[in-house]
Design a binder for this molecule. Structure first.
Ligand code: PEP
Ligand code: CO
Length: 457
């Protein structure tokens, strides 16, 4: 590996000398400076040993010993920082992980797209409606979604409000998990009131019954209770987009002799900010967290190889998770070349499929949506292509909510285009509702079970 990629000339602000895309333009430089300085003095949201624990689990996932379930909102909203909404999001992730655990027969690493997913990249800087042009909405950390000049003005104070909400969310998630919410004996696992589709509910019931039976068997044999989850079993992630705020939460940990982004366990670089020679890649190369990189159809094999060289020069296990999001139409053609290209680098990576972002479409009525069949189709294609290429799909990355929204078309209850208007709530991208999300997990688990039976035959 070339020496230029070693961690030289890096510090948390070294990205300032490079072009930074997708950053808001603030009107009041003084207010921005003050907000970022306050953020820099506040305590971290996560600690380095949690980050290191996650990295070692991701290293296991790279070897096929664990599976990553990463999911949550496209854009979290400050308004959704309330107890029911947080508990529902946590619950659907836990239920999905239970189904995957049973189907894949391996531990599932649970990473929420939450407690900080407040900044969004946009394809244009401005939005025009009825002849009026205003800055785009860039997430609750930056401005507000309403279409008025006042609401769209980037406001530095929102960075502090975002930090507070991330910390309130994380505090509640940690308390729920400490209180037994993620324990296999907890009734939340079995509560399926939101499932209106009876065959799915029955199928889920069968899965939990079989787990309960094994659990009973083990516990009566061993005389011990199984505690399947502790607070360390839930992690957070968000797109590391707003560089001033990410920098403010970057701390040197003397004991580890490393810099960490302590606003989240696992930040990722989005598709729109993965330029070589860009500020985001510069920032990410210096932090010790495990990091995700979104890989889309516009990325070439050479680009990805160079990113790996810059971001993981020591070929450290667990460091890199590649989240491919090609879409059902491009996955067959693009993925095999990318797998080959990555193998040539010698870096271990965790391959994860994001079947959401390559499958976004707009209906004739102008509503952004995604089809359940395309989402499932891409995940299934990804499992198969990795297998055929001698590689391994080690996780999925899903946009979902615990609520009964109507944003994606399809699924067992057959949501149609005409249903979208009923409960379309997302601020940015369409999410699977709880029922669709659990159905997706069940379809993945069932596929794994079938494959196991075939390979035994
Ligand atoms: C996202 O994950 O919400 C996102 C914007 O994804 P991507 O960078 O892959 O487009
Ligand atoms: Co999104």
């Amino acid at each position: 590996m070339s020496k230029s990629h070693a961690l030289t000339n890096w510090h948390p602000a070294s990205w300032h000398r490079l072009p930074a895309t997708q950053q808001p333009t603030y009107g009041d430089a003084g207010a921005l400076e003050r907000a970022v300085a306050s953020l820099g003095r506040l305590p971290p949201l996560v600690v380095s040993w949690e980050v290191e624990a996650l990295r070692s689990k991701l290293a296991q996932a790279q070897r096929g010993e664990q599976f990553l379930l990463q999911g949550g909102d496209c854009a979290e909203s400050f308004d959704d920082c309330e107890s029911d909404s947080i508990a529902r999001r946590l619950k659907i992730l836990l239920q999905m992980s239970l189904v995957l655990l049973q189907g894949l027969k391996k531990p599932v690493i649970r990473v929420g797209r939450f407690a900080g997913q407040y900044a969004k990249p946009r394809s244009t800087d401005t939005e025009t409606r009825g002849g009026v042009t205003l800055p785009c909405y860039r997430g609750d950390n930056v401005n507000r979604p309403g279409f008025t000049a006042e609401e769209r003005e980037p406001d530095p104070e929102l960075l502090l409000r975002g930090y507070e909400r991330a910390s309130l969310t994380l505090n509640f998630v940690r308390a729920l998990i400490d209180g037994g919410f993620a324990d296999l004996h907890h009734p939340e696992y079995w509560d399926l009131r939101f499932m209106r589709h009876a065959p799915l509910r029955d199928a889920y019931q069968k899965i939990v019954d079989s787990i309960a039976e094994s659990l009973d068997f083990f516990e009566s044999m061993s005389g011990q209770r199984v505690h399947a989850a502790t607070r360390g079993d839930f992690y957070t992630s968000h797109e590391g987009l707003h560089l001033l705020s990410e920098q403010a939460q970057t701390r040197y940990i003397e004991r580890q002799k490393k810099w960490y982004n302590l606003s989240t366990h696992m930040p990722w670089i989005g598709m729109r900010t993965a330029q070589l020679g860009g500020a985001h890649v510069e920032y990410f190369r210096g932090i010790a967290n495990p990091i995700g990189v979104k890989v889309g159809a516009a990325m070439s094999a050479e680009w990805l190889q160079e990113l790996i060289a810059v971001l993981n020069p020591q070929n450290q296990p667990g460091r890199l998770t590649l989240i491919h999001r090609f879409g059902i139409n491009d996955v067959e053609q693009k993925l095999p070349d990318m797998i080959r290209a990555v193998r040539e680098t010698g870096s271990p990576v965790l391959w994860v499929c994001d079947p959401m972002h390559g499958n976004t479409e707009t209906t004739a009525g102008g509503i952004k949506t995604r089809r359940f069949d395309n989402i499932l189709g891409e995940v299934e294609a990804a499992f198969r292509i990795h297998e055929e290429s001698g590689s391994l799909l080690g996780g999925v990355h899903i946009e979902l909510t615990g609520d009964d929204v109507t944003e994606c078309i399809g699924g067992a209850r057959g949501l149609a285009e005409a249903d979208l208007a009923r409960a379309y709530k997302t601020q940015v991208d369409p999410r699977l509702n709880a029922e669709q999300a659990l159905e997706l997990a069940m379809r993945i688990a069932r596929r794994a079970g079938t494959n196991r039976r075939i390979s035994k035959v």
